[in-house]
Design a binder for this molecule. Structure first.
Ligand code: FE2
Ligand code: FE2
Length: 475
């Protein structure tokens, strides 16, 4: 493990200087990345100095430094967590063998696919969020948006490094293609559908960073178990940065709720019309946004039965969430798992081989984790003395992947007909009117310490700076 060399063009702790061919290939990719950032990155941000965290080490005690920088000058680097020369594969058919420092030929295509799919989501979210800076509810929030954007850029670098170093010419072509696909582009869209959706307003952004960045966390956790050691070490470090993204989402929704319940108490009303007239987002609308983002995100885990998932696991490419903490044989050949399907108009559980159900296993772990934040949001409502409870919708609600995709199921888990669905969907998912209302609240507030009317200030600033610190200098 070499120390990070910041005098190099590409900061890294992978001894890039010792591999001139690789270094040159990445230095050729770098200007294309900057061009992409200029074209597709945060709109109108070129001259701003932003108080950003930059990774400077992989030491958990002090891995980042903070300072005002221009985003296009951000030091996007390549960092891997420290390796363990004796690391063993701890699941699948190769259990007990030495972890791979290179890509075995027979797993090359699958590993490349996994890395490309993960890599594709990183720039996709930057593209989805590129207009949000124009309607930031505060300078503090603007900075957090930009922090997430530059770190998703670094996650792209992390995947591109693996492609360049381990996959030769194919890898270099895939790395180029990561800058050519664009979110929502009809001819050349991003790989996963959720990353082609718009992030049109800040409530959507906070929901996205709470729910969809958490999907990222679970995918990264599963890859951090990989037998391919460089992938495991890369994703472990990415997880360090990911935590802040989910914090932005959770605290953003929480502050939105805080402001709403404050106004509910001031006006002594739960009347939606009055609350909207007062410029805050009513709790039923927040519930509908939760229903939407939760259901779209759990689709990202893939079909509930998948032979690919079984192959990825058995061959050691992708483990389960916290694989090492589980007390089973880590091979799973005889194990089974329950998945849901609709039979005769009813939801039923079906027992299937666990290896084929590993997408469902990861989805269920995700669901447990994501419900924690909803509980914390409910505490804000409870504390204000308001009798309203937010909930996660049923797992079968609004699904578009796997065996549930053809069925209509309510947020409570009742199977309904198409007609019943159409009659009620406006109560369950954000309507055009909801979205237009939320959109109407989005005005730019960027004076230090000022906040848009629909959201409460945070309890604390970033890196122990005051809330009214000048996080962004517009020049
Ligand atoms: Fe990421
Ligand atoms: Fe993220």
């Amino acid at each position: 493990m070499s120390v990070i060399n910041y005098s190099e063009k590409i900061p890294n702790n992978v001894n890039l200087g010792g591999d001139r061919t690789l270094q040159r290939a990445l230095e050729q990719w770098q200007p294309n990345f900057i061009n992409w950032w200029d074209d597709m990155g945060p709109e109108g941000s070129t001259d701003m100095d932003v108080y950003l965290r930059t990774a400077v080490s992989v030491d958990p005690q002090g891995w980042a430094q903070f300072g005002h920088v221009k985003m296009r000058d951000y030091r996007w680097g390549v960092f891997l967590n420290p390796g363990d020369q004796d690391r063993k594969i701890h699941f699948g058919d190769h259990i007990g063998e030495k972890a791979w420092q290179d890509v075995p030929g027979e797993h090359r295509a699958n590993l490349r696919r996994i890395i490309v799919t993960q890599g594709d989501t990183e720039p996709a979210s930057v593209e989805q969020q590129r207009h949000l800076g124009l309607t930031a509810p505060s300078m503090y929030d603007l900075r957090n948006l930009f922090q997430i954007n530059v770190e998703e850029g670094r996650h792209l670098w992390a995947m591109v490094y693996l492609l360049h170093k381990y996959f030769g010419k194919d890898g270099r072509e895939e790395a180029d293609a990561l800058l050519e696909r664009n979110s929502g582009n009809e001819d050349n869209p991003r790989i996963l559908q959720a990353f082609n959706e718009k992030t049109p307003d800040w409530l959507s952004f906070f929901m996205f960073t709470y729910f969809t960045d958490r999907d990222g966390k679970f995918q990264l956790c599963a890859l951090a178990e990989s037998a391919f050691d460089p992938l495991a070490r890369t994703t472990k470090f990415m997880l360090t940065e990911e935590a802040h993204h989910m914090f932005v989402g959770e605290s953003g929704v929480s502050r939105t709720i805080q402001r709403t319940v404050n106004v509910m108490n001031e006006l002594k009303t739960d009347d939606i019309g009055k609350l909207r007239a007062a410029g805050v987002i009513d709790l039923p609308t927040i519930q509908r946004y939760i229903n939407f983002h939760f259901s779209v995100t759990i689709d990202l885990f893939g079909a509930d039965q998948s032979s690919n998932a079984a192959t990825f696991y058995s061959s050691g490419l992708k483990g389960r969430y916290e694989e090492g903490k589980r007390a089973d044989d880590h091979v799973l050949k005889g194990s089974s798992y329950k998945i849901l399907s609709v039979e005769d108009g009813k939801l039923v559980q079906k027992e299937v081989p666990m290896l084929n159900a590993l997408n469902e296993v990861l989805r269920d772990d995700y669901i447990t984790d994501s419900k924690g934040g909803i509980d914390r949001w409910n505490r804000v409502i409870e504390k204000a003395g308001i009798p309203f409870k937010l909930t996660a919708p049923h797992k079968a609600f609004h699904r578009n992947i796997g065996s549930l995709s053809g069925s209509k199921v309510t947020p409570e888990g009742q199977v309904v007909t198409n007609e019943q669905w159409m009659a009620k969907v406006g109560e369950w998912l954000p309507s055009n009117e909801d979205r237009a209302f939320v959109g109407s609240l989005m005005g730019r507030v960027v004076e230090p310490g000022q906040f848009a009317n629909w959201i409460a200030p945070p309890v604390m600033g970033i890196n122990r700076q005051p809330v009214n610190f000048d996080y962004v200098r517009f020049n």
